[in-house]
Design a protein around this ligand. Structure first.
Ligand code: CTP
Length: 434
């Protein structure tokens, strides 16, 4: 029997109107079809932790696909069906998504004259999950709306701030859960339970992670490095020797820890001022993680993690260029606006942030943030059409002229199109182009 308690007030207080309406609409649809429906997993966990809610995951005791079809037609949503897995995604007009899964009802006859018993399939669905904190469900049907259902002690573990598996083979069945345990532990400030920690060590000792595909490890690492402050997670990974499993030369040093802290400060600065400039957060930490390793080792790590081509370029080429450039800038500082601009303009945001975190030279840091804030977006107002109108024959000289215009603008000159056209004309005359 599960522990139950009413959390309807929490739903009322913590969720916005839209999600509240959504939950009762889901419950109503369940009533109409005569099936039990629950919201489960991360949603309930985050609700109990009073953290922002992200995904809505629904489990239907019965056929999830039929349910999703019915709901989608009632509420004019689109539908993605995965018939093989009996799951569906309901997609609202504005892109908001609800995942629907099926928990099959199973009937079995008990001995003697007892009636056929309906097995609680929601329990079996929850039992397959990774940690107790992810096994909570809330009933959405009208009569039981808001009843929290706790089969595995998830409520208590949330209170006690502890990550615990549900069964002993959990990490063997799915070794990515080792990374997930570390991610959740870091995100929520929970400790990993003793038995759970021993089972992680045990799974590692029998080579569970060694045999994981690079793609799966990479996906977990990206999530860990995408969190607010991944340093404690990196330390836990090192405690378990997980880094060594990825590459035997990986070693968490004080320098890496310091660099991670510096990245944290840099990203906080950036995100506060430029919240609309999005970049892959994990990538900055990834570059910091691999800082100091040779091209050979970095390449082996990229191979092991099956990095896709584009990200591989970022991690290997951009990172190494960033490291070289920052040393060059530090050596040459102070430099002209133009020098700084042409050194930095080809770097992506994540690489610039990595460089900012890397330098210990305060003036250089100021110089780079000045570039980022004031110079990076500088563009000529004119284009090929205007240059042509001056009478210059199209060719590579066009980009030379446009670059010269940028050089001028970096010093605060050439503020209008007319001035830029005039500049192009002068340039053409001086260089005998017209
Ligand atoms: N799950 C699992 N084993 C995994 C991945 C997921 O048991 N290797 C289960 C978890 O119980 C989780 C559910 O599947 O609650 C959904 O997975 P996911 O969306 O990845 O997890 P969330 O808990 O929502 O995590 P996050 O907040 O990081 O999205």
């Amino acid at each position: 029997k599960p522990r139950t308690r009413y959390v309807g007030n929490r739903l009322k207080n913590h969720l916005n109107q839209r999600v509240r309406t959504l939950l009762s609409d889901i419950g109503n649809a369940g009533d109409s079809l005569g099936v039990e429906v629950f919201v489960v997993g991360g949603f309930v966990r985050d609700l109990m932790l009073e953290r922002p809610i992200e995904d809505v995951d629904v489990v239907v005791e019965g056929d999830g696909i039929t349910f999703a079809r019915y709901f989608a037609s009632m509420h004019h949503c689109r539908l993605h069906q995965h018939l093989k897995f009996n799951t569906a995604v309901i997609i609202f007009e504005d892109g908001f998504k609800v995942d629907v899964a099926s928990a099959r009802l199973e009937y079995y006859a008990t001995p003697a004259a007892l009636p056929v018993v309906e097995n609680s399939s929601i329990k079996m669905d929850l039992a397959r999950r990774d940690f107790t904190i992810n096994t909570l469900a809330i009933s959405l049907n009208t009569e039981t709306f808001g009843t929290l259902i706790d089969y595995f002690g998830g409520g208590r573990d949330i209170k006690d701030k502890i990550i615990r598996i549900i069964h002993n083979l959990s990490f063997i069945e799915d070794p990515t859960r080792i990374f997930r345990a570390i991610k959740f532990s870091n995100r929520f400030g929970f400790r990993i339970g003793k038995v759970t920690a021993n089972l992680i060590a045990n799974a590692l000792s029998v080579g569970a992670v060694k045999h994981l595909s690079g793609l799966r490890v990479l996906s977990e690492l990206k999530q860990i490095f995408g969190e607010d402050n991944p340093l404690p997670a990196l330390e836990t990974m090192a405690d378990y020797g997980l880094d060594k499993v990825i590459h035997h030369e990986l070693k968490l040093t004080d320098a890496t820890c310091a660099l991670f802290e510096s990245v944290g400060k840099t990203l906080a600065w950036h995100d506060l001022l430029y919240s609309d400039d999005v970049y892959p957060r994990w990538a900055v930490y990834f570059m910091a993680w691999l800082h100091g390793y040779t091209v050979k080792v970095s390449t082996q790590i990229a191979d092991r993690l099956m990095f896709p081509l584009k990200e591989r370029e970022l991690l290997l080429e951009q990172r190494i260029k960033a490291e070289q450039s920052i040393r060059l800038i530090e050596k040459s500082y102070p430099v002209s606006n133009q020098q700084m601009y042409w050194w930095l303009i080809y770097f992506k945001t994540e690489s610039l942030l990595f460089m900012l975190a890397l330098t210990k030279n305060e003036s250089v840091r100021k110089g780079i943030s000045h570039f980022y804030t004031h110079q990076r977006k500088i563009q000529p107002l004119i284009g090929g059409k205007e240059i042509k109108s001056v009478g210059i024959k199209p060719g590579p000289v066009y980009s030379r002229i446009l670059n010269k215009i940028i050089d001028e603008k970096l010093d605060g000159k050439l503020n209008t199109m007319e001035q830029e056209i005039e500049f192009a004309r002068h340039y053409a005359i001086e260089n005998n182009l017209i």
